[in-house]
Design a protein around this ligand. Structure first.
Ligand code: SD4
Length: 303
């Protein structure tokens, strides 16, 4: 764990994102460059139905993206309910670097992205549109993360995807994080989840570390989940114990209401220690060290 360079991210598909992030670090990029490069991988992947291009739409058929990027100097930029632009994370970064604000939403966010020279793209792929039309037959919204797992496709197939949260630590020990998603499939129009909100989808604090979250955003927002995980680490908990504590708090607070819902936290401590925990089994995360050696690990779970 004394190797300062490490990239961690949520879910199996985080491995490809980590590789892109590590390549940026190795090419002299900052941790911010690295997490942006990593987040762009699933954003561009049409087979990932909960991030970027190919994401499942809201119930009115619009793909809307939420993303945030943050570093340990308290620099933060985010977009919510962004439409027609693939790389929400790069729009978030531009918000951080070129505006006096921390978040732009909806039409204003799209206009800003186009002004920045980004391309307008229809994000709704035929596969995602078909899934939406199928869903419309019942229009039964179950706010269950990994809702796409219940659609045809074996577990671990391209359908088995979710929001990405990614944390990178560079050679100098500095940390940055990013989180990007198309949110819960078939959400109400205008719904914004945890992902683009600082302290919910991610949080970074100098000298402490960082945390990211995935799963049913409403449950993360109720406890300002990643702000809590990082605060717990600040007061001495290991990343693993801090992630577990946040899950326990959700369970305590919500009882029966969270039955069948998934929330997962992933955290990186100051010393490079990685920890993760989830409400339900099935949450995995990818850890990539400087050598390029990558592993995908299952997180512990409360239930
Ligand atoms: C959200 N946390 O919008 C995200 C969803 C997610 O698809 O993690 N999965 O609530």
């Amino acid at each position: 764990e004394d190797d300062p360079i490490v990239v961690v991210s949520t879910w199996d598909f985080g491995k490809a994102a980590n590789a892109a992030a590590l390549a940026r670090l190795n090419a002299g990029g900052t941790p911010l460059d690295a997490v942006e490069a990593g987040a762009r991988v699933p954003e561009a992947d049409p087979d990932n139905h909960s991030v970027g291009y190919g994401g499942y739409p809201d119930r009115d058929g619009h793909v809307t993206l939420d993303a945030i990027i943050m570093d340990e100097d308290g620099r933060v930029g985010a977009v919510a309910a962004l439409e027609d632009v693939v790389h929400a994370i790069s729009v978030a970064r531009a918000v951080m670097e070129t505006t006096p604000h921390t978040m732009l939403v909806g039409e204003g966010a799209t206009r800003f992205a186009l002004d920045q020279g980004m391309e307008r793209t229809n994000l709704l792929t035929p596969a995602a549109e078909n899934a939406w039309r199928d869903w419309l037959k019942t229009a039964d919204y179950k706010p269950i993360a990994n809702i796409e797992n219940r659609l045809p496709g074996p577990p671990g197939s391209a359908l088995n995807h979710d929001t990405i949260g990614i944390i990178a630590r560079g050679a100098d020990g500095h940390v940055a994080a990013a989180c990007t998603t198309s949110g819960m499939a078939f959400k109400m129009r205008g719904r914004v989840g945890d992902s683009p909100q600082a302290g919910c989808g991610l949080f970074v604090e100098r000298g402490v570390g960082a945390a990211v979250s995935t799963g049913v955003g409403e449950e993360v927002i109720r406890i300002a989940g990643t702000a809590r995980v990082v605060a717990s680490m600040r007061s001495g908990m290991t990343p693993q114990v801090a992630c577990r504590e946040a899950c326990e708090h959700i369970a305590r607070l919500r009882g029966e209401a969270i039955k069948g819902m998934q929330v997962g936290f992933l955290a990186l401590g100051r010393d490079g220690t990685v920890g993760a925990y989830a409400l339900m089994p099935g949450f995995t995360y990818a850890v990539t060290r400087a050598s390029g050696a990558a592993e995908v690990l299952p997180a512990g779970s409360l239930f």
